[in-house]
Design a protein around this ligand. Structure first.
Ligand SMILES: [Zn+2]
Length: 413
């Protein structure tokens, strides 16, 4: 059986095609409700011959952090991705980590492509494609990477494919459920045409930010995903399905967002000069107003980090405050890309900077978001039974970013 190695781990390959699917924002409850209501018959069939459990994602429980971890098989301290934004210590500027220059290690996808596999990465968002595609188009490597957002713009020279719309249909609107369904449809079409056999399919959480698991908007979406998962399974594709993070309602009983504005709180208590970074911020903030359950704080010079951390811990709705050293150690975060403190909030609470920094005018539904400890546990699903070795690993503390390891090495064919 073919094998390749990357980042100190080797990956065995199945004889047929395989795909890892990252269902963005897939709190386990979405699957439970959809399965109970008979809206995911294909997934039910896959589970009958497969394996279902949970895995712990990387913190902060944000999209780019976890997608980078998944495609490398490594925690954030190795990937360098600590959020969508960080404060560059050299320049003092807030920098968006949306280019592959910020990725500090090789990807499993590039390694598989170098080993001669037909690798395809399909993401919903173009920014994620940019971030995770290094090495796929190197000299002598013939990988494919494109997004549903910019499907029409994919070109042979820069994306490894130039006929996405002919294959999967017209480019969908990015703020839609179809942006995600499109990713799976394109993946299935590539497998069907024999053009890809090692796939990473990463969706977007637009629907999960908008709808709770029992709402029809969510159920309809999961039914559409189910149809495409069934197609992949029918094509003989070995599947690993996980998520980058979960999703929780973050509001008061009346539906208004439950927010702690950390920069304002600190200014009031300790004076100015403290800088709060919300690393959930990205160009697609309409559906969450850049509010998540994790922020990092750069303290004013001369501050006592331990004293401020202790005070923050006393705020109602704050569940965890770690100093930089503690966060680097226990959360495996890159110390040079986080602030002096990291602050996480409760399942029903988000943390922000100050009200003027967050545009909540476009929120047309009660806020649902992620980023903290309560959105770190995600589904971990495989289309085949796990072998004895991986069954034991799964019973311990499996990580979502080991999903490629589990698909390649944990299922005997
Ligand atoms: Zn996400």
């Amino acid at each position: 059986m073919a094998e390749f190695a990357v980042n100190d781990r080797s990956y065995r390959l199945a004889s047929g095609p395989m795909a890892v699917v990252c269902v963005d924002g897939c709190e386990d409850a979405y699957l439970n409700v959809a399965l109970e209501q008979g809206r995911m018959p294909q997934l039910a069939g896959i589970l009958a011959g497969g394996w279902r459990g949970m895995a712990r994602g990387a913190l902060p429980s944000f999209t780019n952090v976890n997608n980078a971890a998944i495609v490398t098989g490594q925690p954030p301290v190795v990937t360098g991705l600590s959020g969508n934004f960080f404060l560059d210590p050299d320049t003092g500027e807030e920098v968006m980590m949306n280019s592959s220059d910020f990725l500090r290690c090789d990807t499993i996808l590039a390694a598989a492509a170098r080993a001669g596999h037909k690798v395809a990465m399909v993401t919903a968002k173009e920014k994620l494609r940019d971030l995770l595609s290094p090495g796929l188009f190197d000299e002598g490597v013939t990988g494919m990477a494109f997004s549903s957002e910019k499907a029409a713009e994919a070109k042979e020279a820069t994306h490894g494919i130039g006929d996405v719309e002919a294959l999967a249909g017209a480019t969908p609107e990015i703020y839609s459920g179809d942006a995600s369904v499109y990713v799976l449809r394109a993946g299935a079409a590539l497998v069907e045409a024999g053009r890809a056999d090692f796939l990473y399919l990463s969706l977007t959480d637009y629907i999960q930010h908008k709808f709770a698991p029992e709402e029809e908007g969510a159920l309809e979406f999961y039914a559409a995903l189910d149809e495409q998962l069934g197609r992949l399974a029918d094509l003989g594709c070995r599947l690993g399905i996980t998520a980058d993070h979960g999703m929780n309602a973050k509001c008061h009983a009346d539906g208004s967002p439950r927010v702690i504005y950390v920069e304002d709180e600190l200014r009031e208590q300790f004076g100015g000069g403290h800088n709060v970074i919300c690393p959930i911020t990205d160009p697609y903030v309409v559906h969450h107003g850049a509010l998540g359950s994790y922020v990092t704080v750069h303290l004013a010079e001369g501050s006592d980090a331990n004293e401020i951390a202790e005070w923050l811990r006393g705020l109602d709705g704050i569940t965890e405050v770690l100093t930089k050293a503690e966060a680097a150690e226990t959360l495996q975060l890159p110390a040079d890309r986080i602030g002096d403190l990291i602050v996480m909030s409760a399942a029903d609470t988000v943390v922000g900077r100050s009200p003027e920094y967050h545009d909540l005018s476009k929120l047309d539904r009660p806020l649902r978001s992620h980023g903290g400890r309560f959105e770190a546990m995600v589904p971990f699903i495989f289309s085949g039974p796990l072998n004895v070795e991986y069954e034991a690993k799964a019973a311990d503390d499996p990580r979502n970013f080991d999903v490629f390891d589990f698909v390649c090495n944990g299922i005997d064919s």
